[in-house]
Write a protein that binds this ligand. Structure first.
Ligand SMILES: [Zn+2]
Length: 565
């Protein structure tokens, strides 16, 4: 067939597929492409986020088991040329499936069983139409060949893509970050948060004067005749697509070991050659972080892939088993250290991104709208780190108070599902942490609280969970249904207000700005003695003696005390 006719047929099939997909209700589609950033409004659903966020029949029909990623980097052109083999199991009979690749990257061909197959594209969705039906329960694979200039990063890691930088010696230094944007901005995959392959091979080809670093273990380094070198990396665990990363630069390794139960685990960190000395000393902190997380949240899950820190030209990111670091080797004066003080005992970036090996990488949100499970729990765990480190509950309060002014209360922490809505705004982090702190105070039983956290993390290791799953665990451990709490703090933007006033012999209090179902208790300090009360939506009171001093313990609960005028 002549190429021209072939293209026409592809276009016709493409429109048929689009028409099929467009059958769903799509009221408010805008051209908004960036799924997250500093949100104060829940974004409108775009056509692309509809295609990426929802597991339609062309996506739920198969389960990816393995990605084989091969990419050649042209650093001068800031472009990539690669092919990815996707191995999967069919869950139903399949004629057509959806795989995802950013629309700005060109596809040269898609191969299945040595033959080209047809495909059509709409936004970032690629509909692959096989030449014959793939029967249910078949292991099959297909390979997508593609190339182009991948999206650059505006403000990594929050607004991600490729960072094409230069190091202090004016040499190339490149890294990618794509949480929210999706791994499809640089390689084709089924780009949904619930789809994790069992293993991944990455072969990154770069000019021979540079080193390329991926996740997991380095398997081989092969230099070719054209002065290029291919670094082959392998991940032997399930992994979120956005955690798969590449870093390219003048790297050297600094080695460390983590010894546990007389087993030695090797940690091969990567830093730029001129930072070998500082890296060797500074990255020792990572071991203390891992020990802390193992104590409270269960075993590190990826020892067979190792653990390493990799220096990058942006702040950093939780790339699984390959945590990236760009905080300037500075406890106090790094980019992050300035805004997120850690009392001079820990690099805030190392603890935050390493903690994500538990919150996010091991226990993953079932939809990105529940991403407080990654970020809110992560920030909260940092408060617990200080409590443990200094053996002092007040230090954790002090830490939480330092982040409190960043809470906005404009939109709920959890938004819509199935819309590729990455709820990575400020309230997910800081309010998420405060809500966990408030829940601890409400439950008022620390041994149970710490069991809830640890069991939840261990039972769901390498799994996917929702907000409801977390509260089911809370209910199982406490015997109490805290859905009133979850509805108020996760699904409503409103901060409960405790309105109060005092007379000679009574202290009056009531809840404002709360859901009808809200029945949270709160603790008061009455002349220095803690007293728990159960406010309603109408004023109630306790008896007090004349001139009593009453404090509402708002350092334990995320509530706003308001004195009645
Ligand atoms: Zn984070």
């Amino acid at each position: 067939m002549k190429k021209k006719y072939k293209i026409i047929i592809f276009v016709i099939i493409g429109y048929a597929v689009i028409a099929l997909l467009a059958n769903h209700e799509l009221n408010s589609i805008t051209n908004e492409s960036r799924p997250h950033g500093s949100q104060t409004d829940t974004p409108e659903l775009t056509r692309n986020n509809y295609l990426m966020g929802f597991l339609n029949e062309y996506r739920s029909s198969y389960d990816v088991t393995y990605y084989d990623i091969n990419i050649d980097f042209d650093i001068q052109q800031k472009s990539i040329d690669g092919f990815v083999t996707i191995k999967a199991k069919s869950l139903v009979d399949i004629d057509t499936l959806q795989v995802d690749l950013a629309k700005n990257l060109g596809i040269t061909k898609i191969i299945h069983e040595n033959n080209s197959v047809q495909y059509s594209r709409e936004e970032d969705a690629v509909m692959v139409m096989f030449n014959k039906t793939i029967n249910k329960d078949t292991l099959f694979d297909f390979t997508v060949h593609y190339s182009g200039k991948p999206q650059g990063a505006d403000n990594p890691p929050w607004s991600g893509g490729f960072t094409w930088a230069k190091d202090k010696n004016d040499r190339d230094w490149i890294a990618v970050s794509c949480e929210g944007e999706g791994a499809r901005i640089w390689w084709p995959n089924k780009d949904h948060i619930t789809e994790e392959p069992d293993s991944v091979r990455m072969a990154f080809t770069v000019p021979s004067n540079l080193v390329s670093v991926g996740n997991g273990q380095l398997r081989s380094v092969v230099e070719s005749e054209d002065n290029k070198t291919t670094y082959e990396w392998f991940i032997n665990n399930p992994i979120n697509n956005y955690n798969i990363s590449v870093q390219i630069g003048n790297y050297v390794t600094v080695q460390d070991t983590f010894i546990k139960n007389s087993r030695v685990h090797y940690m091969d960190h990567y830093v730029l050659d001129y930072n070998e000395e500082v890296g060797k000393n500074y990255f020792l902190q990572a071991k203390e972080v891992i020990r802390f997380y193992e104590k409270y949240f269960g075993e590190y899950q990826w020892w067979n892939d190792g653990y390493k820190l990799i220096e990058v030209p942006y702040l950093g990111m939780e790339h699984q088993s390959a945590v990236t670091y760009g905080n300037g080797f500075s406890i106090y004066n790094g980019l992050r250290s300035d805004s997120w003080p850690m009392y001079g005992v820990m690099d805030p970036l190392i603890i935050h991104e390493t903690g994500h090996e538990w919150f996010g990488n091991s226990v993953t949100a079932i939809d990105p709208t529940h991403i407080w499970i990654h970020e809110g729990l992560q920030v909260y765990s940092e408060a617990l780190y200080f409590e443990d480190k200094f053996d002092s509950y007040p230090v954790s309060i002090d830490y939480l108070k330092s982040i409190k002014p960043r809470i906005q209360n404009k939109i709920p922490i959890v938004g819509p599902e199935n819309e590729n809505y990455w709820a990575l705004n400020g309230d997910t982090y800081m309010k998420g942490a405060w809500v966990m702190h408030t829940l601890r105070s409400t439950i008022n039983n620390d041994p149970i609280w710490f069991e809830i956290l640890k069991e939840f993390m261990i039972e769901n290791a390498k799994g996917h969970v929702s907000t409801e799953d977390f509260f089911n665990k809370v209910k199982e451990k406490t015997g109490t249904d805290y859905s009133y709490f979850s509805e108020q703090y996760f699904y409503s933007p409103n901060q409960p207000e405790l309105e109060y006033y005092q007379t000679d012999f009574n202290f009056y209090y009531k809840w404002n700005n709360v859901n009808d179902s809200f029945i949270m208790p709160i603790d008061l300090l009455v002349n220095g003695i803690e007293k728990r009360v159960l406010p309603n939506k109408e004023f109630e009171s306790i008896d007090i003696s004349k001139h009593s001093t009453i404090e509402i313990m708002d350092w334990k609960f995320y509530v706003k005390p308001i004195q009645k005028k």
